[in-house]
Design a protein around this ligand. Structure first.
Ligand code: ADP
Ligand code: MG
Length: 462
């Protein structure tokens, strides 16, 4: 029918605009390298902030003692207690609690958010048993993973550059988030000192390195996306502090804010950006991050419903609701292997309240999931390729038998298998014969453990 043809035209046009041939990925990677250099040169108005982490030494495995971590990401936050046994013993005990962040706190006041976090931490501490005792007179120490762009002023202090991932709380930008957390902990009567403030990518890098000496970078694919890597101090012109003894500095790229004319963007991306809390910012993140993938598909389906009666004569009301189609739903539909796409049918019915969809319609929905996930995955691969290129680890001449390992984490990477598989393959395609020396490993909850490790290596008692 004409309506079906119109619907297919919308899908085809969307697919074309989302295309990521390998040549385009190379252009994206090269543009990323250029932006990385600019960000390392100065703290001006660069797209990539290339934030200095003040982490000059990654964990060695010798760290010992009881340390805490608090990981504030985007959707949930986790509190952890880690008992480090040092050489040979490594992590001898680990407990955690996970708490979701109520939506209203993401756009409320600073005190409300930090009080909520500090009280969960206080509860966690209050519930601990006799095996969690510190030596007498010793303060509890915490690694604070704060997964937003922070301009650090030391390993344990830094000011928020901007909110991302749906957070928008007045009065925190340009404030020291460690001061905010410490004040909230005091209000809760919690005796604890923040020894390290780290981005989740930096924590994942630290946690990854603890397990594998060849880890050189870390990438998060969760609510948003970001990467960190180990840079040579001489390659950071903007660093005017004392030269690190190690000769190295971990850089938090904040690649989520990458933008380039080479990015395959569509009208749906433009609309999503315009309606977001941070228009014009985090463009790379808005085509990759788990917060956004489902919303892009919803926008395409909405247009198909409106202009091509894709779901019948009326537009299903639920389809008008922004962010109703979460990326976990996308992933469930994309992974549906049943012959009649039963899961797709069930999700359309449960989530969008569209009952009785035909197999033909369900197939198109899966196709949309595939287009959006493929674009995100291939661009993530281009980003990783750019990071490796920047440190000269993209060529076979890099060295015989030398491995470059990238620690990966985040809900999207962990749960969206089609996404991760596609990313893996795309990275191999980009690396060609160098792909044998590059490995991606899943650093499960590395950001939490990594923060505890960094708290240990920056303890006041050392
Ligand atoms: P954060 O990035 O907020 O620290 P996580 O790394 O735990 O948190 O990632 C959570 C995000 O991962 C969710 O916001 C969602 O976008 C994505 N996600 C969670 N579960 C799935 C899933 N089953 N499939 C795809 N994406 C998922
Ligand atoms: Mg996280």
């Amino acid at each position: 029918s004409r309506r079906w043809a119109k619907a297919m035209e919308i899908v085809r046009e969307f697919e074309e605009k989302c295309a990521t041939p390998v040549g385009k990925l190379r252009q994206v990677a090269d543009a990323m390298v250029g932006e990385m250099h600019a960000g390392l040169a100065s703290d001006g108005e660069n797209k990539l902030k290339m934030l200095i982490s003040y982490v000059e030494n990654l964990p060695t495995g010798d760290e010992t003692g009881l340390f805490y971590a608090l990981d504030l990401g985007g959707t949930n936050f986790r509190v952890l207690r880690v008992q480090l046994g040092g050489k040979d013993k490594q992590i001898v005990g680990q407990e955690f609690a996970e708490v979701s962040i109520p939506r209203e706190l993401m756009v409320g006041t600073a005190d409300a958010l930090f009080d909520y976090i500090a009280s969960a931490l206080a509860k966690f501490v209050a519930s601990e048993g006799p095996d969690s005792q510190l030596p007498p007179g010793r303060q509890r120490e915490l690694g604070f993973t704060f997964s937003f762009p922070v301009m650090q002023t030391s390993i344990a202090s830094g000011t928020l550059v901007r909110w991302t991932k749906g957070f928008s709380i007045d009065g925190v930008v340009n404030q020291d988030v460690v001061v905010e957390l410490s004040k909230a902990m005091k209000r809760q009567g919690l005796e604890m000192r923040v020894s390290a403030l780290v981005n989740d990518t930096v924590g994942t890098l630290a946690g990854g390195r603890y397990d594998d000496k060849d880890v050189v970078a870390a990438v998060i694919l969760g609510t948003g996306t970001n990467a960190a890597y180990v840079e040579r101090a001489e390659a950071i012109p903007k660093w005017h502090g004392p030269p690190p003894r190690s000769g190295e500095m971990v850089i938090n790229t904040e690649w989520g804010n990458f933008h380039s004319s080479h990015l395959p963007l569509t009208e749906y991306d433009a609309a999503l950006d315009a309606e977001s809390l941070n228009p014009g910012e985090q463009i790379f993140e808005k085509i990759i991050g788990g917060m956004y993938l489902g919303e892009i598909v919803r926008k395409v389906l909405y247009r198909m419903a409106e202009e091509a009666d894709f779901f019948g004569n009326t537009v299903p009301p639920k389809l008008k609701q922004p962010f109703i189609l979460r990326t976990s739903i996308l992933s469930a539909m994309h992974h549906d292997t049943s012959p009649d796409l039963r899961v797709v049918g069930a999700k359309l019915s449960e989530v969008l309240e569209i009952p009785h969809t035909s197999l033909k319609v369900r197939k198109v929905v899966v196709e949309l999931c595939n287009i959006v996930a493929t674009r995100g995955a291939r661009l993530s691969a281009a980003g990783i390729y750019g990071v490796l290129k920047n440190i000269g680890r993209d060529t076979p001449k890099y060295g015989e038998n030398r491995r470059s390992v990238v620690a990966m984490d985040g809900g999207l990477y962990e749960h969206y298998t089609e996404f991760s598989k596609c990313m893996d393959n795309s990275l191999k395609e980009l690396l060609g014969e160098s792909s044998e020396s590059v490995e991606l490993v899943h650093a499960n909850d590395g950001s939490g453990v990594g923060a505890a490790l960094l708290a240990a290596s920056h303890s006041q008692y050392l």
